[in-house]
Ligand binder design. Structure first.
Ligand code: FDA
Length: 283
């Protein structure tokens, strides 16, 4: 598992993440740093994750990195105590604001969506602007969520969605998910949202490139995962597009990788293919 996961995780320590971001920045790529540690079961664990994020924000400022942070709310205790989670998240976002940085709230499985959107809305109501959310194109509710959030002109990372969800709430067909992605993208741009287009899917990259051609750089960026389609990411940067790489680090790499595989067994094939492509010099 360690060997298979290695290209996708910066390493166990913050210094590993710093080094990774320095080299990404040197290639003209921005980064967003994720502290591995979702699904904590106690207040103490949630506090520890929050403290790790404070260290990340400090490191970004000290090193002058072109990076922000991505956070999973279950890591800040969403399933332990919503009020604790809100308090830790608000402290993190205020810390980031004071440093001129930004916090992206990752979206987890469907049981987290209502609470995540409510917490996001409450931060915005408190006047915090340096925070964004993630919406998943595979969820049937996402079009309604976009309409409900329109008054906030949210900063949105749009992705397909990684969790295994039932057909009652999530599109299962790959083409339908792609169509939903494109239509969500159109609606978000129409509503004036800044969109982080998070995909490695060539057909979605093509659809997105056609749409961003007439947009200012501040209106969008592409996002990819560390270790995935790196040469394609380089091409986007070379063509002048803003691109951010998701950089996970932490001691809990094993749980993270295992959970990803358990949640989506197809990832095993995807990872194996990417490893093979890497071995024979393609990506
Ligand atoms: P698709 O799965 O079709 O991948 C297209 C191609 O990219 C594959 O054929 C393969 O070549 C390559 N590829 C994709 N993933 C790979 C991998 N892990 N290893 C090796 N090769 C891979 N989801 C979520 O539910 N909540 C979230 O908050 C986020 N956040 C997020 C941030 C960023 C920056 C990205 C890029 C993605 C996410 N995701 C996510 C994950 C997202 O929902 C989705 O599961 C993956 O991006 C895979 O979908 P693609 O659109 O890339 O297409």
């Amino acid at each position: 598992m360690r060997r298979v996961s290695a290209p996708y995780i910066a390493g166990p320590t913050l210094d590993d993440a710093r080094r990774t971001v320095v080299s990404l920045n040197a290639e003209g790529k921005r980064a967003t740093i994720d502290v591995l540690g979702e699904e904590v079961h106690s207040e103490a664990e949630a506090q520890a994750i929050a403290a790790a994020y404070a260290d990340v924000l400090a490191a970004i400022a000290t090193d002058g990195l072109d990076a922000n942070v991505s956070v999973k709310l279950t890591g800040l205790g969403l399933k332990v105590d919503v009020d604790l989670c809100r308090s830790l998240l608000e402290t993190l976002v205020r810390d980031a604001a004071a440093r001129g940085s930004f916090v992206r709230i990752d979206m987890e499985d469907a049981s987290c969506v209502d609470d995540t959107l409510a917490l996001y809305r409450s931060l915005r109501a408190a006047g915090l602007e340096n925070v964004g959310i993630v919406l998943q194109a595979y969820l049937k509710r996402t079009h309604t969520d976009i309409a409900d959030l329109r008054d906030l002109r949210p900063s949105v990372r749009l992705c397909k969605g990684i969790y295994v969800e039932p057909s009652s709430i999530a599109f299962q067909d790959h083409e339908v998910v792609r169509r939903s992605f494109v239509s969500c993208l159109d609606t978000l741009f129409e509503g004036g949202s800044r969109v982080a287009i998070a995909t490695h899917d060539e057909s979605l990259l093509g659809e997105s490139l056609a749409r961003v051609a007439s947009l200012a750089h501040g209106a969008y960026e592409f996002q990819m995962l560390l270790g995935v389609r790196e040469s394609r990411a380089g091409e986007l940067v070379a063509a002048g597009h803003p691109l951010r790489v998701y950089v996970p680090y932490g001691q809990r790499w094993y749980e993270y990788s295992l959970r990803r595989l358990q949640e989506n067994p197809q990832m095993a094939g995807v990872i194996a293919r990417a490893t093979l492509a890497r071995a024979i010099g393609r990506s």
